[in-house]
Ligand binder design. Sequence first.
Ligand code: AN0
Ligand code: CP
Length: 317
Amino acid sequence: MRNFTCVHDAGDLKTALEKAKQVKENPFADQELGKNKTLLMIFFNSSLRTRLSTQKAGLNLGMNVIVLDVNQGAWKLETEKGVIMDGDKPEHILEAIPVMGAYCDVIGVRSFAQFYDKDYDYNEVVLNQFIRYSGKPVFSMEAATRHPLQSFADLITIEEYKKTEKPKVVLTWAPHPRALPQAVPNSFAEWMNAAGYEFVITHPEGYELDEKFTGNAIVEYNREKAYKDADFIYAKNWAAYRDPNYGKILNTDRAWTVDSKKMALTNNAYFMHCLPVRRNMIVSDEVIDSPQSIVIPEAANRMVSAQAVLKEILQEL
Ligand code: AN0
Ligand code: CP
């Protein structure tokens, strides 16, 4: 594997899952693989899980790890090409990226959608610049349109908990006070489609995602119908994708909060969320505190997905 930005980079999912299982069972088996190799993690946005789990994954593989929060202590970076740099940004990403590449062997990048310009976001300008100019393998730690390490961990988790070969997995939109990117739901849809599960998406009108990611997924506007007989309920907020409302909040109706009443419609479904989660907005305390909530093992699997991906990248260095 050279770069890891989407489900296609993971190759055959059965094989990827098998390899992830080996990593989980024996996390220190490949300590030599990363010896004298440096992982550089670049954050343009906040993180708890991605930062810690990816760092731990690198350490498990014997790597050295450097973390840079671009917005804390580094020079402010200009990302637009061709601008006259007379503003508040002293350095251009066109120099910063190859410099970063010179100091490491593998680069992880977190760069969320900014919601100023849909094309800029959906063309993954920042991530692609790292791929183009760093000279090093690059993996996404949540970019503008996808969060593949999260989706891979979600897939691992569903495989661990599922009781039938093709479980019914339901992605439900849920309310949130701030406009959040579509990266997690886009990516989740892409991975669930690739896994071949029965996959249903439910959201209020106006929250349709890019069909490039949702593919043939069933979009069910009737929430109760969507929940019926679900084996997994995966909650997430996202801002509107479609024009003219790209990046806008259209709805904050707490009727969409995942609660016990709605969970009662399911096939005793497990509750999942990528975290961080706002309690009693996205999900009621009762549901997230119930035995059906698997958000903690889901987050723990972020270490597994990160290590499985880093291992593949290291093997091709
Ligand atoms: C981010 C998002 O929704 O994309 C990160 C999730 C992993 N969430 C927030 O900013 C709250
Ligand atoms: N799920 C996830 O990526 O969490 P962080 O934003 O804390 O990394």
